[in-house]
Design a protein around this ligand. Sequence first.
Ligand SMILES: Nc1nc2c(ncn2[C@@H]2O[C@H](COP(=O)(O)OP(=O)(O)OP(=O)(O)O)[C@@H](O)[C@H]2O)c(=O)[nH]1
Ligand SMILES: [Mg+2]
Ligand SMILES: [Zn+2]
Length: 293
Amino acid sequence: MNRIGIVVERIAQFIGVMVEGDDKVYRGVPKGKVLKKTKIYAGDRVAGKIVGDVFSIEEVFERKNVLVRPPVANVDRTLCVVTLKKPEFDNYLLDSLLVVYEHAGTSPAVIFNKVDLLEGEELQELQAWVKTYEEAGYPVIKVSTVTGEGIEDIKDLVEGEICILAGPSGVGKSSILKALTGAELRTSEVSEKTERGRHTTTGVKLIPFGKGSFLGDTPGFSKVEVLNFVRKKDVKNYFAEFSRFTCRYPDCTHTKEPDCGVKEALKEGKLSCDRFKSYLKMIKEYIELECPQ
Ligand SMILES: Nc1nc2c(ncn2[C@@H]2O[C@H](COP(=O)(O)OP(=O)(O)OP(=O)(O)O)[C@@H](O)[C@H]2O)c(=O)[nH]1
Ligand SMILES: [Mg+2]
Ligand SMILES: [Zn+2]
């Protein structure tokens, strides 16, 4: 009888399959037409047979999406991790991640980590950013891996989902992975040393946690060029908050057109100027903006 599984490890030539109703990870071996035709990704849902310690993969089910970096299929959720401090918040980078990962067919969420480091005015600043991203339509969770705040909220949000962590270096992605799953990444398996002596994740490993969820870590990055992924005219579609306002032209880019509801809303303080500035920077348009102080 065929069993169903999910590819949880794809590291060099090794394929690890977790089989439904079984906690063990089997070594996956592609068979027949799968062997000839199909590339196998972490996140793939597969069918096949258990033969001793091996899972022979006879079928790979259709994918919902495939991310390139990291190479993972069927990603439901991208947890975009950022911090206000250590490292300092780069809202343009976050906005770029949100556009690219939504375009890739995943649902992004915003995780503000290291909230234990904030006090006084910094907490007010955090609250303002939380409001901005909630108004943009994203789930937002405040987290500290030091105090444990927010960890259960992440588990509730991503029940049953395949998730990956994304965000700049040093924001605490691996620490969140550890807090959620208990797993410390064994560097020998999923990392290699760079010239600077740092360990960087190379292979992909999805770790089960919470209520039927899986989580993959990624190395941090500092720059995302949205126009390498998304057509310029489509970028505005990934700023869901713009669609609350009506413009004279239905295909308005909210730049030089007359009677633009979005620019009107910015002037009246009904839309975040920070988000709009990110939008302009992404599409490389520069116009005079009227923003209330
Ligand atoms: N104060 C505080 N420090 C944290 C928190 N989470 C992680 N850190 C620290 O931040 C540093 C970076 O954490 P990592 O988990 O390695 O960050 P990362 O995002 O995986 O970094 P890269 O793998 O380089 O992309 C470590 O020294 C952690 O101990 C937190 O909630 N609060
Ligand atoms: Mg890390
Ligand atoms: Zn407009």
